[in-house]
Design a protein around this ligand. Structure first.
Ligand SMILES: Cc1ncc(COP(=O)(O)O)c(C=O)c1O
Length: 364
């Protein structure tokens, strides 16, 4: 019987949520709301939707989905290059930023290499490291935030990568300029720092770390961003990375040639142009955040202040039981620890529904 290496069979699989229709059927409810995956509740830019529809309806067979996509992602790279003032050969596109995490680990790790990650943080870092036979070195959060000093302390001669989710998923906290700069001062050359900024566009704190500064000074840093969150394109799967040209060209060797599809590239291109959609998404998130803070305060539930589009709520009870009871009220959140849940900030009516369900569950 074929079996994978131990370092593969010991990976704890990522458990995706069930399709909403299935869940509803199983528990006999309707009109449930999903606040579990940190998607943009208003959806994507209308400009992006139109561009996708036009592509699909195009009578021009040279430009249709019977063709492979542009493997070099020429137009979206050009647009990103102009927007971010980086060269096109300093950008890599991924099938979601998730794929870029994986490609980075495959490019730079060999078995027994170490990669420093925070705990709890985005689970895919540790999984990608383990898939290479590498060793994820888990450093606990401090005040729900990456403890960058402790992460720098965890670096050894075997360390090849260090992952920072900034803002962090699941806690929504950020690392600030000073501590990030101090970390970069302490990390020796030859270790790739991955600054995962999936929620970058939501951050309002002026002290937010400036990862681009370290890219511009030529450091070993890979900055990851995505179209899945504020741009509302999670279903199309497209994200990007920024790094020195030599880092990008090594990663490109492992990137499948057609990893981002033509509709995703088109949608991303138009999403980038739509500043109104971005502004509106931010505003809805800020309003929802303020509303939820007020309600959580009045219920007396603890929560962690967020710089992203979700809120981490440490409970004093079993999070799976809590999740299942909320589910019966038609509200889907994400249990992210034994006693912790994470809720995505939704539309005003969804937030209200969450609060009502929360109150009902607490009083049950
Ligand atoms: C911190 C973080 N990084 C990366 C991702 C992956 O996003 P995507 O692959 O959709 O770009 C997520 C998704 O939830 C995330 O929370």
């Amino acid at each position: 019987m074929i079996t994978p290496p131990d370092y593969i069979s010991s990976i704890k699989p990522y458990v995706p949520g069930k399709p909403i229709e299935e869940l509803e059927r199983e528990i006999g409810i309707r009109d449930s709301i999903k606040l579990a995956s940190n998607e943009n509740p208003i959806g994507p830019s209308i400009m992006a939707i139109k561009a996708v529809l036009e592509s699909l309806m195009s009578p021009d067979p040279s430009n249709s989905i019977n063709r492979y996509p542009d493997g070099s992602a020429y137009y979206i790279k050009k647009a990103l290059s102009e927007k971010l003032s980086v060269r096109e050969d300093e950008i890599i596109l991924g099938n979601g930023s998730n794929e870029l995490i994986d490609i980075a680990a495959r490019t730079f790790l060999k078995p027994w290499d170490e990669a420093v990650v925070a705990n709890p943080s985005f689970i895919i870092y540790a999984m990608s490291v383990q898939a290479m036979g590498g060793m994820p070195i888990q450093v606990p959060l401090k005040n729900y935030t990456h403890d960058l000093d402790a992460m720098a302390d965890a670096v050894t001669s075997k360390t090849k990568m260090l992952f920072i989710a900034n803002p962090n998923n699941p806690t929504g906290t950020i690392n600030k300029k000073d501590e990030f700069d101090r970390l970069m001062d302490r990390i020796p050359d030859g270790i790739l720092v991955v600054a995962d900024e999936a929620y970058y566009e939501y951050v309002t704190d002026q002290e937010y770390a400036d990862s681009m500064k370290h890219f511009r000074t030529g450091r070993d840093i890979l900055i990851l961003r995505t179209f899945s969150k504020i741009y509302g394109l999670a279903g199309l799967r497209i994200g990007y990375g920024i790094a020195r040209q030599d880092i990008i060209s090594e990663m490109n060797k492992l990137r499948p040639p057609f990893n981002t599809n033509s509709l995703a590239q088109k949608a991303a291109l138009y999403a980038l142009k739509d500043d109104d959609h971005l502004r509106c998404s931010r505003e809805i998130n800020e309003q929802g955040k303020r509303y939820l803070y007020r309600e959580l305060d009045s219920i007396g539930l603890k929560y962690v202040s967020t710089e992203a589009n979700f809120i981490y709520i440490p409970l004093e009870r079993d999070s799976n039981v809590f999740y299942n009871t909320l589910l019966k009220h038609g509200v889907i959140v994400r249990p992210v620890g034994p006693k912790e849940i994470r809720v995505t900030i939704g539309l005003p009516k969804e937030n209200k529904r969450f609060v009502e369900a929360l109150k009902a569950v607490i009083s049950e």
